[in-house]
Design a protein around this ligand. Structure first.
Ligand code: NOJ
Length: 565
């Protein structure tokens, strides 16, 4: 754990290394490529760099399937490249977070290779092995130990002929789940974490960390109408021993260190109540959650059931998290990451008002209470990719879903439309550095196509250019560093029922920040109460003070409250 809460005033930048910058000329981003672009991060003013996984991996899930936790995949470089990158990041006054993927390993990890080799080998119990369910014929459909479906389509169990049993995988069949009930597993993970901390890293973003404790009876889940498999959420999300495991990890790994670390837990499905527990400093578990409720406001039964975006629902969810963690706990603030479509296409307007809506989204994000995350390309207002065929996709979640849905008789054009809106590959197209053929990402053929709009949307056209999305992000990052009300202020939602305006204040000591965002393509008149409130206030972010907000316009005012208020 950190010896101070330095991360409350920090801004994190997430790099998806495959798609950031290719220095080796193979069409895939790498560590040397990242080093070449550290100026960009320094100019943006971010404090922390989080690297999506760079460990040795068969790349079934682009590195979230790790076969060696203590080596770098040759695609990305070497341990020496890593050390040089870390030293450069530190030299520039930034910190570096590693992705920590320990809910599961790759099926090619030596632990699993050993585990699958026999029922009585010492690592058998490191994973979740179970026989076929009673009466089932091992290996036949329906004989799986329970009815859970995996997050990536198909059953969550894979039959293994070597020993005639099944292993559990919440994600792909190449990502077997580790059995955290076994103390040897936990100790092996802690040892590996200490090794990276000794190497100098500044903390971890812990992948799906709230799924590590399962209900050990592994009960069938409820099968919802129209679904083939049972839900596993109740048995694995915020499971029975998860807080105990995190407290133990803290004691064993971070407790003895007196360093300014950052421990971020990715916690899909976590409730506000659980988030308070994870991040209550007195419990000494993690520093902040990375939860998902606000990026699920436009989905129905599953992520592929796409609903129209309604700002009022988003505002309600964000407000609830702000209130819920107001006195205890801390949240990560993000719109995008490598698992989400691009926010300007999703909650903004990636056509006529792309620049304004990208800035508005940035303003609303950075001005909340919590730690903001900029995902590579957010700072440029990068958009979704105009996918037109399934062959253009790489992501296994998207490709598996397409085949499953079409296999069940759904119209391929409709399924493709859902992928175009929601696929993770939208976030994974190469970073747009300039307007050259491959956007300055590579000289070779990029592993995923570059968005054709890189001719207009790219870093070279924005860094140092007044009015750009990049300069807007830079301003917001600087504001967090300079203005205590951004970090510590209380959050209060105003005009909670307004159809277009998302308005809130942040209040700290005698300073009040008033954030006004017109979440629509239509002008919006500011109500008199707001005009009165902002009369004479300083305009910190934005260009205009007129009583009518332009489409997608956002502003931040600062005013001093009279003593005693
Ligand atoms: C969450 C990661 O963000 C995602 O990219 C990955 O596929 C799953 N966890 C499985 O590791």
């Amino acid at each position: 754990m950190s010896s101070s809460a330095w991360w409350r005033s920090a801004v994190v930048y997430q790099i998806y290394p495959r798609s950031f910058a290719d220095a080796s000329g193979d069409g895939v981003g790498d560590l040397v490529g990242i080093r070449h672009h550290l100026d960009h991060l320094e100019q943006l003013g971010v404090d922390v760099v989080w690297l999506s996984p760079i460990y040795r991996s068969p790349m079934d899930d682009n590195g979230y399937d790790i076969s060696d936790y203590q080596d770098i995949d040759p695609l990305f470089g070497t341990l020496e490249d890593f050390d040089e990158l870390l030293a450069d990041v530190h030299r520039r006054g930034m910190k570096l977070l590693m992705d920590l993927v320990v809910n599961h390993t790759s099926d090619e990890h030596p632990w699993f290779v050993e585990s699958r080799s026999s029922t009585d080998n010492p690592k058998r119990d490191w994973y979740w092995w179970r026989p076929a369910r009673q009466g089932g014929v091992p290996g036949e459909a329906g004989a799986e130990p329970n009815n859970w479906g995996s997050f990536f389509s198909g059953p969550a169990w894979e039959y293994d002929e070597v020993t005639g049993e099944y292993y559990l995988h919440l994600f792909s069949r190449k990502q077997p789940d580790l059995n955290w009930e076994n103390p040897e597993v936990r100790e092996a993970v802690y040892t590996m974490m200490r090794w990276w901390l000794d190497r100098g890293v500044d903390g971890f973003r812990m992948d799906v960390i709230n799924l590590i404790s399962k209900d050990t009876s592994l009960p069938d889940g409820e099968v919802r109408a129209g679904e083939e498999y049972g839900g596993l959420g109740r048995s694995v999300v915020d499971g029975p021993r998860v807080h105990e495991f995190l407290a133990e990890m803290h004691r064993e790994v971070f407790g003895p260190l007196d360093r300014d670390l950052l421990l971020v837990g990715e916690t899909p499905g976590a409730t506000v109540e659980e988030a308070r527990k994870y991040t209550d400093p007195r419990r000494r578990e993690i520093d902040m959650v990375f939860q998902f409720e606000h990026v699920q406001v436009d989905r129905g039964a599953s992520k592929w059931d796409v609903l129209p975006f309604d700002m009022r629902v988003l505002r309600h969810v964000l407000d609830r998290w702000q209130q819920g963690l107001a006195d205890v706990g801390w949240n990560s603030l993000y719109w995008d990451n490598h698992d989400q479509p691009r926010v300007v296409s999703r909650f903004g307007d990636d056509g006529e008002h792309r620049v304004e809506s990208a800035k508005l989204l940035a303003t609303v994000l950075h001005l909340q209470r919590g730690t903001p995350y900029i995902y590579q390309g957010d700072e440029l207002g990068m958009t979704n990719f105009p996918f037109s065929s399934i062959e253009q996709f790489d992501d296994l979640e998207s490709v598996n879903y397409f085949h499953e849905a079409v296999g069940h008789g759904q119209d391929p054009a409709e399924v493709l439309a859902r992928l175009r809106a929601m696929s993770r590959d939208n976030a994974r197209t190469p970073m747009q550095w300039d307007d050259s053929t491959h956007a300055g990402f590579t000289d070779a053929t990029p592993w995923l196509p570059v968005n054709p709009n890189h001719r207009e949307i790219n870093a070279a056209g924005q860094v140092g250019v007044a009015g750009s999305v990049f300069e807007h992000h830079r301003r917001l990052t600087a504001l967090r560093h300079a203005e205590p009300a951004v970090v510590e202020g209380d959050f209060t939602l105003l005009l909670p029922n307004h159809e277009q305006l998302f308005v809130f204040t942040r209040c700290h000591e005698q300073t009040e920040l008033v954030v006004i965002a017109n979440f629509s393509g239509q002008p919006a008149d500011l109500p008199g109460v707001l005009l009165d409130r902002c009369a004479g206030a300083e305009l910190l972010v934005g260009e205009r003070t007129e009583p009518t907000m332009q489409p997608w316009e956002s502003r931040v005012h600062r005013r001093q409250l009279p003593a005693g208020d």
